[in-house]
Design a protein. Structure first.
Length: 221
C-alpha cells in the first residue's frame, strides 16, 4: 500500500492588495432631500390674520342685542360734572364756613391762635350780574367799598382790601381771579391757593374761600 501523499508545496504567499476605497455613495432618488423651503399652510391650515387692535372696527349691537342699559338703549352716558356757571340766573352766597375755618387753622401758624369763628353772621346772597363783582374790605380812609364787603361786622381779618374778583368771561361763563391778596384764594378746600391774576372757571356748587373763615358758594338763584 502506497503511503499517503503529503501536502504539496504551497504557492508563495501572495501579498493581498488592500481593497479599493469605496467611492462616496450618492443618495438615491428616495434619499435625496431637497433644500429646506418654508412650507405654506394649506387651505385648512391657513388662519386668517387679525388686524391690529386699533384697526378693528367696533361692532354695533343689533336690534336684538342688549347694552348694559337694557334692550333698545344706547350705551350709558358718562357721569357729568357740575354745570359751568354761564349766563344769568346764578347767585353767590357769602357766609362764615366752619369747615374751611378748621382747615385753615390746621395749616396756620401761631399768629392765627387768637381767631374765633363768628357765632352768628347772616348769609348774604348776591346775583352774579354786571360782569364783575369785587370781593374785599372797605377802606376807611377813602370810603372805597367792594361789592362784597367783608370788613363790616363780623369783619374777616384775613381778607385784603382788594382780594378777589368774580368776572364774567367773553363766552358768558364766570371765573374767579385772585388780586394778589395777602392770604390767597382757594377753591373747594384745596390746600394750594389759585395763582394771582389767572381766571379760574366756576361751576355750580363751587366754594371760593377767602380770609380766615369766609366762603362764597356759587349756585343757581
Amino acid at each position: 500500500m502506497a503511503p499517503a501523499a503529503g501536502p504539496g508545496p504551497q504557492a508563495p504567499f501572495e501579498q493581498q492588495q488592500p481593497p479599493a476605497p469605496f467611492p462616496p455613495q450618492q443618495p438615491g432618488p428616495y434619499e435625496q432631500q431637497p433644500p429646506f423651503e418654508q412650507q405654506q399652510p394649506g387651505p385648512y391650515e391657513q388662519q386668517q390674520q387679525q388686524p391690529p387692535y386699533e384697526q378693528q372696527m367696533q361692532q354695533q349691537p343689533g336690534p336684538d342685542q342688549q347694552w348694559n342699559g337694557g334692550p333698545g338703549q344706547g350705551p350709558a352716558a358718562p357721569p357729568q360734572g357740575p354745570a359751568p356757571v354761564v349766563g344769568a340766573g346764578w347767585v353767590v352766597a357769602v357766609a362764615p364756613d366752619r369747615e374751611y375755618f378748621m382747615a385753615m387753622m390746621g395749616r396756620s401758624g401761631p399768629e392765627a391762635a387768637g381767631l374765633n369763628l363768628p357765632s352768628y353772621s347772616p348769609e348774604q346772597v348776591l346775583p352774579l350780574a354786571s360782569g364783575q363783582i369785587a370781593v374785599g374790605r372797605r377802606r376807611n380812609s377813602t370810603g372805597e367799598s367792594p361789592d362784597i364787603d367783608l370788613g363790616s361786622a363780623p369783619e374777616d381779618p384775613g381778607v385784603s382790601h382788594q382780594h378777589a374778583l368774580l368776572v364774567q368771561q367773553q363766552d358768558g361763563s364766570w371765573a374767579v381771579v385772585d388780586q394778589n391778596s395777602t392770604n390767597g384764594t382757594t377753591i373747594n378746600l384745596a390746600e394750594d391757593p389759585i395763582q394771582p391774576y389767572v381766571p379760574v372757571p366756576l361751576h355750580e356748587g363751587d366754594r371760593v374761600h377767602v380770609g380766615a373763615w369766609t366762603t362764597l358758594t356759587v349756585r343757581r338763584g
